[in-house]
Every structure is written in structure tokens, then in C-alpha cells.
Design a protein around this ligand. Structure first.
Ligand code: PLP
Length: 380
């Protein structure tokens, strides 16, 4: 039996062999603590600093503006809580959107319980935040705007540059969760106009268990953890050298191969969509706006189909995810699709298919065949 074709790269990516190769010496023999002054410690410190520079280069910032964390969830927590706590004497108002990942939304909900006031901005039918709505939501006591760069479910890219300009004009700190965009599209912090940016290692071919947060020099932030002073005390704890080295290499490769990867992911995604439409016609409904979308992401509903039934029916052949959760026979629509005002039937019929940098034509053609057959079989 062949291995199922993996088309869920927004969930996670495999570790690239070049990344793994870079990590191996630190797994096998270079085990020193970066804080130790003897040579094996110093070489680990150098490895962490090399990785910091590699990450910084990808997003066009200074190495000292990069802080390593354990994952995107931690980076988002540090960004949102850290800015909130550091600025609570200036105001208690935070602006976010209704389509953020729980790693932002749940932090905002928590801060809401701590006395902060949160504005959750609506999005349009394509899942986009209107910069004018951000401007209108700003108050005298607004201390933070946090809007994701690209959405994990539908791939919609937000007008971050425009929102950044508004944040700057109003002197408000601006954070973006770029977990899904780093490595897929350009993520230059100056062009985007952001003060903080979240990176997730395992979404760009580094291992799970490593993330980073960009914090623009001069930004006032409070640390969530207290300890022995690593990462300038913003994120203390002995460095995860092995995974940090992996993230550094993954970022170096993402910069080197950005154009080619973008092209490959887009060609695969578009081939898939055209194949589906040519065989299933009007039964295919695309969510979001492909003009303003991550190159690899396709959120698509198949009329009269249960997305759960479809994903599970094809799971020996093709791996994809759904836009709804199913527990004890009850279907709950994702908050992103709800915010886009998708009707229940379309949302319950929605699957997310996301291609990778090495997805091949053969894989896509096989996936089209499997999906078309399954949709025809399951159509009710
Ligand atoms: N933010 C976005 C946009 C994501 O897609 C994800 C993961 O899917 C996260 C944050 C959280 O990432 P992690 O679970 O690696 O912390």
C-alpha cells in the first residue's frame, strides 16, 4: 500500500533533510550549554547566534530583535500579554480580529477577564479585515493591535502594511501572527510596518518545539517567565540549541528558495483546483479570495458533502483537514468560516487542502482522482 499523499502543510511540515543534517551534530555530540564558558558551551552559543542571524535575515530585522520561544503559541502569548502588562498604565484597550488562531483569541479572552477591553473586528466574506475598521476602533486607551498576517484555514492575507501605517500614525504597538506566512510569502517587518511578529518553526520545515518572536528595538514588553537571564531575560531558560539550529537553517533555506517554493506551491494548488472544477463543476465552491491568498492554500466546499465524511473516506489515500469540528455527532463550524458568514451547509462541506514546497504533479493528479471519486460516491 502506498503512503497517503500529504496535503495538510498548513497543519505542519516535515523537517527538511537539509535542516535535519544541520541539527545532527548538536544531537549526537555538541551538547554543551550555551551559558558555559568552555569551548563546547561557546560553540553552542555561536550556533544559537548564527540561527538568530538567519531568522533575522528572512524577515529583515536585526538579530538582537529575535527571541527564541518553544512555538507560535508561546510567541503570541509573549507578544500579546507582554505588551498588555507593560502598557497597562497607558490603557487597557486591545484590537484584534474574529479570525485569529486560538493562540491569539484565547489570550485576548484571558486578558478580557483581567480587566482589559478587547475589540474583535469583523471580516468581509473573504476573511479580510478592513483597515478603516481598525482606524475606527482606535481609542485613546488602545495599547495594542494584533491581526494575523495570513489565515491558517482559508489562506486570506491581511492588509498588514495598511494597518501598520495606521498603528504607527496613532503610536500604537502592532503585532502580527505570521505563523502561516513566513516561508510562503515575503515577510519583511519594515515593509509590513509591524513591531512584533510571530514565527512557527514547524510550519516552515523546521521541527516542532521551536518558534520565535520578533520584537522591534525599543518596544516595551514584560517577560512572562523569570529565570537565569537567557534571551535578555525576555524568555529565560536554557536554549533549545538543537531546534534553534534547525529553525535557523529552515529560515536560511526559506529565503534562498522563496520564489521557487512560492511558485511550486501555487502551481500545485491551482492544478488541484482546476482539476476539481473541470470534473465537478458547480459542485465546487471556493472560500476566500484566491487573489489575496497564501499560494498553497485552498479552502473548498463540495456541495451536498459532509467534509468529515469526505476527509475520513479518503484518509488512506490523501490527507486533508476540515473546516469544522465533529464531536458526538454534532458539527461545529470553525470561527473563521462563521466570521466570513458562510452558511452552515457550505461550512460543514468545507475542507482545507494545503500544498507543500515539494508537492509533485503526480501527487496532485492522484489527489484529484481520489477526491472526485469520493465526492461522486458521497454526494447525497
Ligand atoms: N497561529 C497560527 C496562524 C497557526 O496556524 C498556528 C498553528 O496552526 C498557531 C498560531 C499555533 O502554532 P503552534 O501550535 O505551533 O504553537
Amino acid at each position: 500500500m502506498r503512503k497517503p499523499i500529504y496535503l495538510d502543510y498548513n497543519a505542519t511540515t516535515p523537517v527538511d533533510p537539509e535542516v535535519a543534517k544541520e541539527m545532527i551534530p548538536y544531537i549526537e555530540s555538541l551538547y554543551g550549554n550555551p551559558s558555559s564558558s568552555y569551548s563546547i558551551g561557546r560553540s553552542n552559543k555561536e550556533a544559537v547566534e548564527k540561527a538568530r542571524a538567519q531568522v533575522a535575515k528572512l524577515i529583515n530585522c536585526l538579530p538582537e530583535e529575535i527571541y527564541f520561544t518553544s512555538c507560535a503559541t508561546e510567541s503570541n502569548n509573549l507578544a500579546v500579554k507582554g505588551i498588555a502588562w507593560a502598557n497597562r498604565n497607558n490603557g487597557l484597550h486591545i484590537i484584534t480580529s474574529k479570525i485569529e488562531h486560538p493562540a491569539v483569541t484565547e489570550v485576548c479572552k484571558y486578558l478580557g477577564l483581567q480587566g482589559f477591553e478587547i475589540t474583535y473586528l469583523k471580516v468581509d466574506q473573504y476573511g479580510r479585515v478592513n483597515p478603516k475598521a481598525v482606524e475606527n476602533a482606535i481609542r485613546k486607551d488602545t495599547i495594542l493591535i494584533t491581526i494575523m498576517h495570513a489565515n491558517n484555514e482559508v489562506g486570506t492575507i491581511q492588509p498588514i502594511h495598511e494597518i501598520g501605517a495606521i498603528a504607527r500614525q496613532n503610536n500604537i504597538v502592532f503585532h502580527t501572527d505570521a505563523s502561516q506566512s513566513v516561508g510562503k510569502i515575503e515577510t519583511d517587518v519594515d515593509k509590513l510596518g509591524v513591531d512584533l511578529l510571530t514565527i512557527a518553526g514547524h510550519k516552515l520545515y523546521a521541527p516542532k518545539g521551536i518558534g520565535a518572536l520578533y520584537i522591534r528595538k525599543g518596544t516595551k514588553i514584560e517577560n512572562l517567565m523569570h529565570g537565569a537571564g537567557q534571551e535578555k531575560s525576555i524568555r529565560p531558560g536554557t536554549e533549545n540549541v538543537i531546534h534553534t539550529v534547525g529553525l535557523g537553517k529552515a529560515c536560511e533555506m526559506a529565503l534562498r528558495d522563496l520564489k521557487q517554493n512560492h511558485q511550486n506551491m501555487k502551481v500545485s494548488r491551482d492544478r488541484l483546483l482546476h482539476g476539481l472544477i473541470s470534473q465537478l463543476g458547480n459542485q465546487v465552491h471556493v472560500n476566500g479570495d484566491l487573489e489575496n491568498c497564501l499560494p498553497n492554500t485552498l479552502s473548498v466546499a463540495f456541495e451536498n458533502i459532509s467534509a468529515h465524511a469526505l476527509a475520513s473516506f479518503i484518509s488512506n489515500d490523501v490527507l486533508i483537514s476540515t473546516g469544522s469540528a465533529c464531536h458526538s455527532g454534532e458539527t461545529t463550524i470553525s470561527s473563521v468560516l462563521q466570521a466570513m458568514k458562510l452558511d452552515f451547509r457550505t461550512a460543514a462541506a468545507t475542507v482545507r487542502i494545503s500544498t507543500g514546497k515539494k508537492t509533485t504533479e503526480e501527487e496532485i493528479d492522484f489527489a484529484i482522482e481520489v477526491l472526485v471519486n469520493a465526492v461522486k460516491k458521497l454526494s447525497i
